[in-house]
Design a protein around this ligand. Structure first.
Ligand code: UDP
Ligand code: MG
Length: 164
């Protein structure tokens, strides 16, 4: 059985503005992932700079931060089998022009800045990004049973509603 993982997703301002929220979230639900945290919020410049710290100093950094803070975003944590790698595959290549058809970035976009969605790129990034955006999330409970059994019992549900 695939290892149960959690990963962090962020729907960028363009997708929200274009009314693609349900469409994109629905893809992860239909694939079999469970949303365990979800909030619609504006992220501060400071938090965005922390989130994208690895890109500080690159020529696109300023534009990336301005864009990310330009409107509401939806931040989420999903859980399921091999969530980190599967979500990255569903999101597709950074540049939508190079993403394969069927990937979110390919199906809904063309511009590298406005590439709709962020997904953590590794286990380390997922842990860091979840802690950064959802510091109150209940941590994974070891040996708590399969993903399927959790769907039916619905335990550990942890919905976060933005305080702003
Ligand atoms: N980005 C950009 N211009 C570039 C490269 C990246 O605006 O030339 C943006 C793009 O929106 C991307 C984000 O910066 O999603 C982070 O870049 P990264 O290389 O980490 O891509 P990702 O992990 O999102 O695929
Ligand atoms: Mg990245």
């Amino acid at each position: 059985m695939a290892e149960i993982e959690r990963t962090f997703l962020a729907l960028k301002p363009g997708g929200i503005e274009r009314g693609l929220l349900g469409e994109i979230i629905g893809r992860f639900e239909r694939r079999g992932f469970r949303f365990i945290a979800l909030k619609l919020t504006m992220v501060s410049r400071e938090l965005t700079e922390k989130h994208y710290a690895e890109h500080k100093g690159k020529d696109f950094f300023e534009g990336l931060v301005s864009y990310t803070t330009s409107g509401p975003v939806v931040l989420a944590v999903i859980e399921g089998g091999c969530a980190i790698s599967v979500a990255r595959e569903m999101v597709g290549a950074t540049d939508p022009k190079l993403a394969k058809p069927g990937a979110i970035r390919s199906d809904y976009g063309i511009d590298v800045r406005r590439n709709l969605i962020h997904a953590s790129d590794s286990e380390e990034s997922a842990k860091r990004e979840i802690a950064l955006h959802f510091p109150d999330l209940i941590p994974v409970v070891p040996n708590r049973g399969s993903f399927e059994s959790k769907i039916s019992t619905g335990t550990d549900m942890n919905i976060t509603i933005s305080k702003k």
